[in-house]
Design a binder for this molecule. Structure first.
Ligand SMILES: Cc1cc2nc3c(=O)[nH]c(=O)nc-3n(C[C@H](O)[C@H](O)[C@H](O)COP(=O)(O)OP(=O)(O)OC[C@H]3O[C@@H](n4cnc5c(N)ncnc54)[C@H](O)[C@@H]3O)c2cc1C
Length: 375
């Protein structure tokens, strides 16, 4: 049998490792990725704010995969043909018996008029480096951080806004800069639960950040952000966290994808339309926030279930969603938020949050541990 994993992020990497561990060596495991390296994306805000260099948060895929007996194909996936069990790539077609799609997502830059030309979005390493350069040249003025309606990564938006405050203080520019934080949400960071929201609101106020809730964006223009209720904010630098859409490769894959390019799955991570296709991470059509932690948990479930199907042994697993977020608020202070969902991604039935130094230490430890263990 051949298992093909698409994508070399959290989801793809963990799925490939776990499938390989679970299957006898006569079965083949392939990983296809357009990038030759893994990026620990939770550390991108640290790249923006100057406390990480690219080499500290990236690792080469090829040697790590080869050591584990996984064949690596560096190629771009053009589309998946689930009827013929085939993946079309820039380096030829690859047939599969089971597929794990972990291709992530693209930013939906059309979500709000003007987002694309007038804002910087931090999605990948090159974005983070571009924003870092802009910040290095920044000499004071107005900066707007936008948690755009529908974004699945609210944590990163708060991390950047609060981190900017600390960064600008270090550079002696805080007095010369106004930071605006705009969110569509009813309360800041409400996705983390009531206590997390209270703690973040307190911190935003303490740092003198001009934060506005219930402020969905209407449009962005050069140097201006306009909200649906008619407010306008001037900004020299606009950092936006927009919603996602599915990747072009999945969008081109016919009925595998929904209309936005995400793959509908059940809690077993199996496609609702093609039982030999599993999907994990940002590529899945689950509502709500998306994170590396969720991608990793989903990958373990998908891998276990692929192995069970092939070996006809072991129980089928299901994914239990929860949100766990260690957020660096800058100036040595962090927030840890945990929220457990009800089954089927319903409303949270438990949430808690604490602040202090240790969430930052925890975030750094997770980064080091993940890269050391998997590469
Ligand atoms: C600024 C920022 C901060 C974040 N902070 C956190 C955090 O603190 N904690 C947390 O848990 N999560 C965080 N996240 C979210 C987390 O990074 C993502 O949810 C996670 O990376 C998703 O993993 P994935 O494997 O599903 O997809 P991705 O990480 O997007 O990986 C997709 C992979 O597929 C490859 N690929 C894409 N298209 C193709 C194609 N056509 N052909 C071949 N290969 C392709 C890519 O190169 C990549 O290897 C953050 C995200 C951002 C942007």
């Amino acid at each position: 049998m051949r298992v093909v994993v698409l994508g070399g992020g959290f989801g793809g990497l963990i799925a490939a490792y776990e499938v390989r561990k679970g299957l006898p060596s006569r079965h083949e495991v392939f990983l296809v990725s357009n990038a030759g390296f893994f990026v620990f994306r939770p550390s991108l805000p640290w790249v923006v704010l100057g406390s990480r260099r690219p080499h500290q948060i990236t690792a080469d895929l090829a040697p790590a995969l080869h050591r584990r007996g996984i064949s690596f194909v560096q190629a771009t996936v053009e589309r998946i043909d689930p009827e013929r069990r085939r993946v079309m790539t820039t380096r030829g077609d690859i047939e599969y018996d089971y597929l794990v799609a972990a291709l992530g997502a693209h930013l939906d830059r059309e979500a709000v008029p003007g987002l694309d030309p007038h804002t910087d979005c931090i999605m990948w390493l090159d974005d983070a480096l571009r924003v870092r350069e802009k910040l290095e040249r920044f000499a004071g003025g107005d900066i707007a951080v936008l948690e755009v309606q529908g974004t699945p990564i609210p944590c990163a938006a708060y991390e950047i806004a609060l981190g900017l405050d600390a960064y600008l203080r270090r550079r002696g520019l805080r007095e010369k800069t106004r930071i605006h934080f705009l969110t569509h949400a009813k309360a800041p960071f409400d996705v983390g639960g009531e206590r997390a929201s209270y703690l973040i609101a307190r911190e935003l106020s303490k740092r003198g950040i001009n934060w506005r809730v219930n402020a969905p964006l209407a449009r962005v223009e050069k140097g201006w952000v306009r909200t649906e209720d008619g407010q306008a904010f001037r900004a020299d630098l606009i950092l936006a966290f927009p919603p996602y859409r599915g990747t072009d490769a999945v969008l081109r894959s016919g009925s595998l994808a929904d209309e936005r390019g995400f793959i509908p799955c059940g809690a077993t991570m199996e496609s609702t339309r093609y039982p030999d296709v599993f999907a994990v991470g940002d590529a899945v059509a689950f509502a709500g926030p998306k994170s590396g932690r969720m991608a990793e948990l989903q990958a373990r479930v998908a891998a276990r279930n692929v192995v069970s199907r092939i070996t006809q042994r072991g129980r089928y697993r299901t994914y239990q969603p929860h949100l766990m977020c260690a957020l660096d608020m800058g100036a040595g202070k962090g927030l840890f938020a945990y929220r457990r969902e009800t089954a089927g991604q319903g409303p949270a039935f438990f949430s808690t949050a604490v602040t202090g130094r240790w969430p930052v230490m925890m975030k750094a430890a997770v980064e080091k541990y993940f890269l050391a263990v998997h590469f």
